[in-house]
Design a protein around this ligand. Structure first.
Ligand code: NAP
Length: 237
């Protein structure tokens, strides 16, 4: 099947700040229409307003990734307004247990982390990937972290690390289920980035962190699927 009409339609979760905001900027600069989603509607509207120019096409819509009903409303809006989704960037996440031992992390913290970092992307994949299958085109980017890589799993920060390992598993599972289609599903790590999550001492800018997101969002039909990338290169799980 031919690639979808232009502009392609992209959706970014947690687009109001940090790496998600930079990804919205880059995807819009690349000529895609970007649906910037944000847990807080006013923050999302403000971010979209800041980014929008005559050459950048950006709309905003509220989304709390932990709420299935919120994902359902978004899905209905996207299909009603645009008729399809071509690119899904699962970026929104929380990092609630920095430096906390696995013996001390509260189960509520673990649950909240999984709800945001794993169930959120799962809800979004379940809403949009079947539509991508029907149009035989889609690019899904799961924003993961080196903290979720099993090969050098460190101690502490168990909730966040486990959620990102699980997100990587979701990447593999969804990629395998759609392997016969022109749908690419990949995980990536942005590196250590200066955002609210990364803190002021991080070496990378949000733009540098978002670069591999944008690259994966625009993969050609013979591009990789089911991989884990940093700086546009495969990294170990
Ligand atoms: P950030 O500055 O803390 O931004 C997180 C974003 O996620 C915000 O937009 C936040 O919205 C949103 N969010 C959190 N919970 C949400 C929910 N329930 N529903 C919808 N949105 C929600 O983080 P960041 O540094 O840009 O990180 C972006 C991604 O990169 C994350 O997946 C993170 O794990 C990954 N990452 C970051 C680093 C780093 O060094 N920064 C390193 C490795 C991986 P609000 O504004 O409403 O809170």
């Amino acid at each position: 099947m031919a690639t979808p009409p232009t502009p392609k339609i992209a959706l970014v979760t947690g687009g109001n700040r940090g790496i998600g905001y930079a990804a919205c900027h880059q995807l819009a600069d690349a000529g895609l229409h970007v649906i910037l989603t944000s847990r807080d509607a006013a923050n999302g509207d403000e971010a979209a307003h800041e980014l929008r120019t005559s050459s950048r096409s950006i709309s905003s819509y509220p989304l709390d990734v932990t709420q299935a009903a919120s994902v359902d409303r978004l899905h209905e809006y996207v299909l009603g307004e645009y008729g399809r989704l071509d690119v899904l960037v699962n970026n929104a996440a929380v990092y609630l247990d920095e430096g906390v031992s696995v013996f001390d992390v509260g189960i509520d913290t673990l649950r909240q982390t999984m709800e945001t970092n794993l169930y959120g992307p799962l809800y979004l994949c379940r809403a949009f990937v079947p539509d991508m299958r029907a149009q035989n085109y889609g690019r899904v980017v799961n924003v993961s972290s080196g903290a979720g890589a099993l090969h050098d799993m460190g101690g502490y920060t168990a909730a966040y690390a486990i959620s990102k390992t699980a997100l990587n598993a979701l990447t593999r599972i969804v990629a395998a289920e759609v392997r016969r289609y022109d749908i690419k599903v990949n995980s990536m790590c942005p590196g250590w980035v200066r955002t609210e999550m990364g803190g002021p001492g991080a070496p990378r800018t949000p733009d540098e962190g978002a670069d591999t997101i944008t690259w994966l969002a625009m993969l050609p039909s013979d591009g990789p699927s089911g991989g884990f990338f940093r700086d546009r290169k495969p990294i170990a799980w």
